[in-house]
Write a protein that binds this ligand. Structure first.
Ligand code: DAH
Length: 351
């Protein structure tokens, strides 16, 4: 073999290795220039074939041509390989994981303070074995007043104190009518709380035409005022803290006898005096916070549900009712009832 043919074979071998190993399309293009470009050795040898001695010409010419064609095919093949793998790499690098959470995370809302307070109160009573009952907000006069032993002339019945839908139908002024409905629905023993919305035509810093109450009713054999006090003590401690005490003061409600108003010892001071010696503004120095009304169920109330198993000779009951707003205001030091219903997030976000 002539020296030129040997040089062609060596060049071809060298170029084949380099092309097979080319790591990228860009470097492959570089190799094409190096081995087959205008100034490259192999094409130059081909151009100079005519100057070779006659006996070498055919052999060298063929070898150089074959080498050039072989390298061109090799470059095409390698280019396709690289294209495919570079596309694959780009696809992998660009892959979007649609299961990842979106960023930034959206702020999550929470319950309105009144709902959170209602649930907290419900939790305490559920823990004591009470269940939850509900009744209609548009209520019959019978349930709202008559069955609850309100005298026909009771002032709460006045058009100025109650929203009337018709002569016989009102927007309930309290959750107490649910007591009657709960007793109609199930015989004793009954241990139920009844949270819900109530309505009265009042509007100022401490009254809104619509607000919320939580009623309680326990009817069983041998239920006493001491059971009421123990239940309310557990409630006071569950909501306002372990150290709380409760105080019952005589009062009047048509549907309970005896009736009491119940205070919880102030959680912001000691007997009306703050640690710094000043008078407590929450309890006005009294050491007690008025939180609810309660009492023993009046026999006249049971007489309306006697046929449902509530014989006043056989069962006794205690009942209580309180404002959910009032509990939340005391607990969180909220000065104005209307803040609950303004829906200003700067207020709501604080809780
Ligand atoms: N219904 C009364 C009110 O709205 C609150 C109340 C007082 C409920 C005494 C009771 C109770 O169950 O025994 O003012």
């Amino acid at each position: 073999m002539s020296a030129t043919a040997e040089r062609i074979a060596a060049l071809r071998a060298e170029a084949e290795d380099a092309i097979a190993d080319a790591p990228s399309t860009a470097q492959l293009e570089q190799l094409r220039v190096t081995y087959l470009g205008r100034k490259a050795e192999l094409p130059n040898l081909l151009r100079e074939v005519s100057q070779l001695p006659a006996e070498e010409r055919a052999q060298v010419g063929r070898a150089a041509n074959e080498a050039r064609q072989a390298l061109e095919r090799l470059i095409e093949r390698r280019a396709r390989e690289l294209d495919a793998s570079e596309l694959q790499e780009r696809l992998e690098a660009d892959r979007v994981d649609v299961t990842l959470p979106g960023a930034p995370p959206q702020p999550v809302g929470h319950h309105h303070l009144l709902s959170a307070t209602r649930r907290e109160m419900e939790d305490v009573f559920l823990g004591l074995g009470f269940s939850i009952a509900e009744g209609p907000e548009i209520e019959r006069v019978y349930y709202n007043f008559d069955a609850l032993n309100h005298d026909p002339t009771h002032p709460a019945r006045a058009r100025t104190d109650t929203f009337y839908v018709s002569e016989e139908v009102v927007l309930r002024t309290h959750t107490s009518p649910v007591q009657i409905r709960a007793m109609e629905a199930a015989p004793p023993p009954l241990y139920a709380i009844m949270p819900g919305r109530v309505y009265r035509p009042d509007s100022d810093a401490t009254h809104t035409p619509q607000f919320h109450q939580l009623e309680g009713l326990a009817v069983d054999e041998d239920v006493t005022l001491a059971d009421l006090k123990g239940t309310l003590l557990a409630f006071a401690r569950g909501i306002f803290g372990e150290g709380r005490e409760v105080l019952m003061r005589p009062h009047y409600f048509p549907f309970t006898e005896p009736s009491v108003e119940v205070d919880v010892s102030c959680f912001a001071c000691a007997r009306g005096t703050r640690p710094d010696g000043s008078r407590c503004s929450l309890c006005k120095g009294s050491g007690w916070l008025e939180v609810l009304g309660a009492g023993m169920v009046h026999p006249n109330v049971f007489s309306h549900v006697r046929e449902h198993g509530y014989d006043p000779e056989r069962v006794q009951g205690f009942a209580f009712g309180m404002g959910i707003e009032r509990i939340a205001m005391l607990k969180h030091g909220i000065p104005d009832l209307r803040l609950f219903f303004d829906n200003d997030v700067r207020f709501l976000e604080q809780f």
